[in-house]
Design a protein around this ligand. Structure first.
Ligand SMILES: C[S@@+](CC[C@H](N)C(=O)[O-])C[C@H]1O[C@@H](n2cnc3c(N)ncnc32)[C@H](O)[C@@H]1O
Length: 248
């Protein structure tokens, strides 16, 4: 089963990860005891274990078909001793005895990732590194991280097969404050302004401008707050890109 619309054209497996999962893998600390929530086929964990990066792992899946797929990948790679595949909802898969030091949540919407983190906070020791790869909904996810004292340590934007992906790595640090723009664009990405980041926002600006002009033409049918929010986003993105133009 393809785990993402952008990955349907490639034959991916535990040897050959997608570019997206390869980038996620680089953020997993050596020797980690990793819980991968929503592991689907379990390729990330199997690849990391075979490469000797992680010490042990828990694969969590809420759905039966991917749960069975992960069980099969782990069994066929002879890794049943070090990767435990469990059927459970979100963080409920983690037991204190697992001594988890890192948690990955990849290939889901940002709001879904946020809800999974929020639902079972008691399962978090606060010592784990969170490696998050949302497909959209980054702003509400960053908002949750800030409100729960997580500092963002690394961020990436990448584009694969015509889809934009983001990776957000965070650890609990105590109080942290990000501005509205930092929550929207990502605090580190806003500083770094990588070519992939700028290209993403160039594309999104065109889409947002088009949607805004549809909204303003159908003004009566669209709630005013929605128009206001989109107008502000278009302004922020335009300002961001204009600053880049003046640098050239
Ligand atoms: C699109 S796949 C992503 C798979 C893999 N993490 C990746 O990035 O390639 C999302 C997976 O998350 C699982 N999932 C969604 N909500 C979940 C939850 N609350 N707990 C555990 N798994 C969940 C789905 O069943 C699905 O297999």
């Amino acid at each position: 089963m393809p785990d993402d619309p952008g990955e349907t054209r490639q034959q991916l497996n535990e040897q050959r990860l997608s570019e997206r999962l390869e980038r996620v893998a680089t953020h997993v600390p050596a020797g980690a005891r990793l819980a991968d929530i929503g592991s689907d086929h379990g390729y990330l964990l199997v690849a990391l274990m075979k490469r000797g990066v992680i010490a042990s792992a828990v694969a969590g899946e809420v759905a039966l078909t991917p749960f069975h797929a992960a069980q099969r990948s782990v069994r066929e790679n002879g890794l049943s001793q070090c990767i435990s595949v469990r059927l459970a909802n979100g963080l409920a898969v983690i037991e204190p005895a697992d001594g988890i030091t890192a948690i990955s949540l990849c290939g889901m919407g940002g709001e879904t990732i946020r809800d999974i983190l929020d639902r079972d906070q008691a399962r978090l020791s606060g010592q784990e590194r969170l490696i998050l790869q949302p497909n959209g909904g980054e702003q509400p996810l960053r908002q949750w991280l800030m409100e729960h004292g997580y500092r963002i340590l690394a961020e990436e934007v990448l584009r694969e097969n015509r889809f934009n992906y983001e990776i957000i790595v965070a650890e609990r640090s105590g109080p942290v404050l990000y501005s509205s723009q930092e929550l929207y664009f990502g605090p580190l990405q806003l500083q770094e302004r990588s070519p992939a980041f700028l290209a993403k926002w160039q594309r999104l600006l065109r889409l947002k401008q088009r949607t805004l002009s549809h909204f303003t033409r159908a003004r009566q049918a669209v709630p005013e707050e929605k128009i206001q929010a989109l107008t502000q986003q278009v302004r922020w993105v335009s300002e961001l890109l204009a600053q880049e133009d003046t640098k050239r």
